[in-house]
Structures are given as structure tokens and as C-alpha cells.
Design a protein around this ligand. Sequence first.
Ligand code: NDP
Length: 338
Amino acid sequence: AQRILLAARPKGEPTPADFRLEDVELAEPSQGQVLLRVLYLSLDPYMRGRMSTAKSYAKPVEIGEVMEGGTVAQVIASRDPAYQAGDIVLAYAGWQTHALASPKQIVRKLDPTQAPVSTALGVYGMPGFTAWSGLREIGKPKAGETLVVAAASGAVGSVVGQIAKLHGARAVGIAGGPDKCAYVRDELGFDVAIDHRAPDFAGQLKQACPDGIDVYFENVGGAVWDAVWPLLNTYARVPLCGLIASYNDDGSNKGENDRLPALMRSVLTRSITLRGFIQSEFVRSYPEFLKEMGGWLRDGSMRYREDIVEGLASAPDAFIGLLKGRNFGKLLVHLGDP
Ligand code: NDP
């Protein structure tokens, strides 16, 4: 078996040297444990936070520990009566080919006849739930309103725009490069897609939102936020989900604080609701999410795209690329088949 440990805390952008791949002996499960063989490992932006000791909502991975991560895995041996060899589960097994897991690390059993099991890490799992719950609890898009979301071809953003459309809102997607923009517009059905790398990005966004912005689902921060913020309408809602543009910052760039008074003034004078959230706080509505999303997936009203890389050794490079927009769709590492 193989696993990837955190070897060093990155300074700025992570590098391959911050990770270490090692071979280990397969262990036998003890009473109450199951032995898992990982089929898919999910790579997600939050993992950058786990590599750092900066104060956050979850504790960091320690140096020499296995990198954390959500996985779809198959039970290959079980000493827990609730699981049998062959079961496929969603589990926090981390960056490794095999894992000894306690039932506590297993989220749920998966039924491969319901949906492709990989979707439990994307559209039909945590990222999809993030989009669904952030809109339901905070964004609340209504028919005729304008919603904007960045990282629009990605795991969360793609679902945000499609749900907005299902509610009758106008969806404007922001993505990096012409291929992602074409996908967002032509395949996901957003009304407009804008490339945030275009030189006149802010002008294009303004033109795409003639009635201003009612809901801005914030995934990115940085230059995208700078272009969005002046367009926010009175009573705009901003679910603050992520700030990926600054995840590799080490805190030395304090220049952005200069905009704080102006920002606070606009939040006040335009009665803007800006609300940060971590999806787990809404976990009570997860069954409802599974039901509604399951329906949309079955009737074809929710589309998704996966970006699958092969083999555990590819994980560090793929993760480094995720923080720079190299992924196109939900990023997964494929380790094996059932
Ligand atoms: P994606 O699949 O969207 O992949 C990340 C994308 O971010 C990249 O492909 C890239 O897309 C975009 N990006 C990266 N750097 C920049 C930049 N400097 N400026 C603009 N865009 C950039 O990832 P997810 O859907 O998994 O996550 C999206 C966001 O949601 C992240 O911020 C993540 O941390 C957050 N999140 C928050 C959760 C919560 O509970 N609050 C839960 C899950 C995710 P492009 O090429 O289009 O620019």
C-alpha cells in the first residue's frame, strides 16, 4: 500500500517537496475496524488550509501525518457488523491507497445503482451540498434576479449557477479561459460566461449585469471580488464560500486593507448581507439535499464534469494545479475500480 504524508508546510504555493509518498505494509483490521481500498480520492481547495497552521475552522495536518481527504472506497475486510467486504462507502480515508477505518470515519454506504460512485465526492456530495446549502440559507436567488459565481466550471460553482437557473434567476459565470467559458455557457446553460483573465474583465462583467447583481456566490476573492463589488444591488446577498485567489498568500500582502472603509460603507449603505459559511453547519438538511439533487441528476437537469487524474503519485501535482485553475471540473484521483 502507499500513502502521501505532509512533509513540510508550504511557503506560498505548495511544491512537490511539501509531500512525501511512502510504501507501507497492509495491516489487518482489529475489532470494530474495516480495511478500505480507495477507489477515488477527492482533491479540494480546503486542503491548502490543512497544510498551514494559520487559525481556521479545522485543525491542521501535522508534519509526517497522512494528508486528509474525502474518498470513495471499497471495504475489503471488516470486523464491524455494519459493513461487509464489497461494500462501497464514502469515507475520510485520506491520501492513501488503503486505510484502516473506524465506523466514525465512514460517512455512508453508497449504492452504485443510484449514481456513479465518484459523484459522492462532487455534485452529489460535499461540493454540491456547499452550493445547494449556501444558496438556500444565504443566497436565496429569486426569479428575475441576477446571480454571479466565479470558478463557475468547478465543483461548487457549476452547481450554484445551475440551481440559480432552476429558480428562474439569470446566471452569470466567471471562469478562466475560453474552454471553461464555453462549457459554462453551452453545456451548463448559464446565460453568460466571462473570462476573468480577459484584460477588460471588469467592463465585460458590468455589461453582462445591466441590472446589477442580486446574489454573488463568492468562491474566489481577489480581482474578481474587486470587479463584482461595485455592481452589488441594494439588499444583495453574498454567501462567502471561499477565497481561493488568496489561499497561497502568506499574509505579508496587507495592501488590500486600504479598501476596507469603502467596502464597509457599501455594505452599510446598500444593506448588503455578506455571510461566511462552512457547509457542515447546515448538515441537518443533508437528506433533503440528497433527495433534491438525486432528482435533478436523474432527470438530467443537473450536469457535472469530472477531471480525473490517475494514481496516487499524481495527487500532489494535481492539487498544486487546482490552486491555479489547471483543473477543469471536479478534481479526483482514480486509484482503482470496485
Ligand atoms: P473548483 O473545482 O472550482 O477548482 C478551483 C478553481 O478555482 C480553479 O479551477 C480556478 O478556476 C479557480 N481559481 C483558482 N485561483 C483563482 C484565482 N486567483 N482567481 C479566480 N479563480 C481562481 O474548486 P471547488 O469547487 O472545490 O471550490 C470552489 C471554492 O469553494 C473554493 O474557494 C473552496 O475553498 C470553496 N469551498 C468552500 C466550502 C465551504 O464549506 N465554505 C466547501 C467547499 C468548497 P478558473 O480556471 O475558472 O479560474
